[in-house]
Design a protein around this ligand. Structure first.
Ligand code: FPP
Length: 214
């Protein structure tokens, strides 16, 4: 969800106003994905590197999570989705972790569509963590690593959408992205619409995926 800061700067607003606007766009866009039959959506909401931003911005992002996570996920839970989290959530204050815990407990139906929120998430540390956990229980191989990724319960990562014009993954799901279809748009996250996502899903349907085979 890149581009919140630029969205705000272009309006002469503080970057935090862009993050607030970005949060408002989450439920409509995720609902459109779920309506299209997508089984799991992951939101890259706070990367492990975002912690290194100026303290004011980090504090305001954590506060936004504290205040908006529950209202933001309510509609998604009500429509039957399950909410999960990926990342080292130990980083967050106890009250924020309690909110995450409550939301995760609300629905445990294994067949429900999943809204997975990546918080203090980094792909490299996820792989290192999975390898360490796998080694504690025996052999390290693709199967045992996959079982220990945060996404162990989620389906294959089919498509990745990055808003805000940059053409890189920025440490997002490096293991899972092996054969994902990538979509980049210049649209800034607060302006990213349901229609643009639907267009990407339609294009995804047309792409030929060979997974390295002929
Ligand atoms: C990237 O834009 C966006 C982020 C670092 C934060 C995204 C977080 C949210 C939308 C809110 C999370 C809150 C909840 C409740 C899940 P940027 O700041 O890097 O934008 P720029 O590239 O234009 O500067």
């Amino acid at each position: 969800m890149d581009g919140n800061g630029r969205w705000a700067s272009r309006r002469l607003l503080p970057r935090t106003a862009g993050h607030r606007e970005g949060v408002k766009n989450i439920t409509p866009v995720v609902s459109a994905a779920l309506n299209s039959g997508v089984r799991a959506v992951t939101l890259y909401a706070f990367s492990s590197e975002n912690k290194n931003r100026p303290k004011d911005e980090v504090d305001s992002l954590v506060d936004l999570i504290r205040k908006r996570l529950k209202p933001m996920t309510r509609e998604l839970l009500e429509r039957g989705a399950r909410v999960a989290f990926s990342g080292d959530t130990e980083y967050f204050p106890d009250d924020v972790r309690a909110i995450m815990h409550d939301i995760e407990q609300e629905r445990t139906d294994a067949n429900a569509q999943v809204v997975n929120i990546a918080l203090n998430y980094g792909g490299r540390s996820e792989i290192a963590r999975a390898a360490k956990l796998a080694s504690e229980h025996g052999e390290i191989n693709e199967e045992t690593i996959e079982k220990n990724l945060y996404t162990a319960q989620l389906p294959e990562l089919d498509m990745i959408v990055r808003t805000g014009g940059e053409m890189r993954l920025s440490n997002f799901m490096l293991y899972q992205a092996a054969y994902s279809e990538l979509f980049f748009t210049d649209t800034l996250w607060p302006d990213f619409s349901e229609d643009e996502l639907i267009g990407m899903i339609a294009e995804f349907g047309k792409r030929v995926r060979r997974f390295g085979k002929l």
